[in-house]
Design a protein around this ligand. Structure first.
Ligand code: HEM
Length: 473
């Protein structure tokens, strides 16, 4: 039997869980201190503008990407039937990734923000080229995974490997464009264009294919049933590869960019339905006859609820790109609700589902507490729904109010409306929705703490012999 090298998996997964909890708690702090009791705790280092990127960097890079990398180390070995190509390379990757991202993130309160969304990490911290180190670590990760796949024992390539290989290539380019090449682009709208190409592709060509690769592996695995259709999964893979790169400009609809670019973004955003439909149909069809497990298995619950959120988020996305819908929702809190349903509701749920399966398997012990896992799921789901729905309703009302400004057919009428309506009033009208967001966020964070406790105890506490046999079976 092949002896897999699970050390790199653990090096990525264990710290990522701790950072997830910290990131969520920072989110709760940002939502209360930024919106409910503005600047109750005042100070340069904890001001909203400094704390927001700390939250985003925690949950995207220190949690989600790191957890996904750990799960990819896990999956690829099992799908290829060989251990990881190079242990040494994995050590260097781990040190490089954690060192650069942690230092970069924790420098943000001191004003080192590079100033672009999702690309906030500083270029240079002292003599350390942070962004180059992140890119290099990713490159080493990619080499290790590609070489493992090249040396595989099982010749047939399962769909998760396709998604993994795609992500390794795409992320290398996308990260370089948004972080390293960005400064060479002329100032003004061109840079904004490049930034949104990067922002959307970080979601579409990094977190989406990684999340889908993870779900494609863990759904059939945890439900102990074969995948419904390999052919469908391939249609999904190639259509995602073709569609995603074109849609970043939908973030600038009605902005000072050319109309043709906006139209291209709308058309490709609507096409997004194809890959999404293939993925969701495949996952649901795979679960046919297996739904009883939803009541008992923590991984199945998180993976399938993540699939439902994936469907919803990808129904929202194309709709938001339509010009008339975009007119109302763009730049409002609706978008923050949408972003959380994608990165939390979908991809965090997929990663958590994978971790609930992988950690007990690696330490050869069953999960420490099923009851805690049930509570984790309930808090995550209820908290998530309160969070998303409050921001959609509040954001939509916010958008309608702002849209009223443009009533009237002449510039004079438009200007008159502007002067009659106080922008500050539209901000204070959001209070109740933001309070609900904080409440939902607090439930999510509480669920995150239970998850960390459960995983910690699963790893460190001694399982009895019977339990051990159960996990190995
Ligand atoms: C793993 C879980 C989470 C993920 C992946 C996540 C992700 C994100 C992302 C990507 C953004 C930027 C949104 C955008 O620019 O459109 C963001 C902003 C934010 N998040 Fe989270 N988040 C998580 C949990 C939380 C929690 C638990 C809270 C608590 C209330 C929270 C509160 C916030 C706030 C207040 C902002 C700033 C919104 C604004 O600028 O108006 N997040 N988060």
């Amino acid at each position: 039997m092949t002896e897999y090298n699970d050390k790199p998996v653990k090096w990525m997964l264990y710290p990522s869980i701790i950072f997830m909890v910290i990131g969520m708690l920072v989110g709760v702090f940002a939502s209360v201190n930024g919106f409910i009791l503005p600047d109750y705790f005042a100070g340069e280092y904890i001001h909203f503008g400094r704390i927001r990127p700390v939250h985003v960097s925690h949950v995207t890079l220190l949690w989600l990407l790191a957890a996904d990398m750990g799960l990819i180390y896990y999956i690829v070995q099992r799908l290829t039937g060989v251990p990881l190509w190079s242990h040494k390379l994995a050590i260097v990757t781990t040190i490089g990734y954690w060192g650069s991202v942690t230092l970069g993130t924790y420098s943000l309160p001191f004003g080192t923000n590079a100033g672009w969304e999702y690309a906030e990490l500083p270029m240079l911290l002292g003599f350390l080229p942070i962004k180059w180190l992140v890119e290099a670590s990713w490159g080493l990760f990619a080499v290790n995974i590609f070489m493992t796949i090249a040396n595989r024992k099982y010749k047939k390539m399962y769909v998760s490997l396709w998604y993994t290989m795609g992500t390794l290539l795409w992320t290398t380019f996308v990260y370089a464009i948004g972080n390293l090449i960005m400064d060479l682009v002329p100032y003004g709208i061109s840079r904004v264009n490049v930034n949104f190409f990067y922002v959307h592709n970080l979601v579409g060509l990094t977190f989406t294919p990684l999340g889908v690769a993870i779900a494609y592996y863990f759904i059939p695995k945890t439900a102990n049933t074969p995948l419904y259709s390999h052919k469908l999964s391939m249609i999904g893979f190639w259509s995602i590869a073709f569609v995603y790169a074109w849609i970043g400009a939908h973030h600038m609809m009605h902005g000072p960019i050319s109309q043709w670019l906006q139209t291209v973004a709308v058309v490709f955003s609507v096409w997004l339905w194809i890959p999404v439909w293939t993925v969701v149909t495949n996952f649901f069809a795979t679960m046919k006859g297996q739904w009883g497990q939803y009541a008992t298995s923590a991984p199945v619950r998180f993976l399938m609820m993540g699939t439902v959120f994936y469907l919803l988020v990808c129904l929202q996305g194309p709709l938001q790109a339509l010009r008339n819908v975009n007119e109302i929702t763009s730049k409002t809190d609706w978008i923050i609700g949408h972003a959380h349903m994608a990165l939390y509701g979908t991809f965090t749920f997929f990663a958590i589902g994978g971790i609930y399966h992988a950690i007990p398997q690696m330490v050869r012990k069953p999960l420490w507490s099923q009851a805690l896992a049930d509570w984790h799921f309930t808090l995550s789901l209820v908290g998530g729904m309160v969070f998303f729905v409050s921001l959609w309703v509040g954001g939509f009302l916010q958008g309608l109010t702002w849209a009223n400004w443009v009533n009237g057919s002449s510039y004079a009428e438009f200007h008159n409306n502007l002067s009659q309506m106080s922008f500050l009033q539209t901000v204070s009208d959001m209070w109740v929705w933001w309070a609900l967001r904080s409440f939902g966020g607090a439930l999510i964070a509480a669920g995150g703490v239970l998850f960390a406790i459960n995983m910690f105890n699963t790893v460190v506490l001694k399982g009895n012999e019977e339990m051990q046999k159960g996990a190995e079976a």
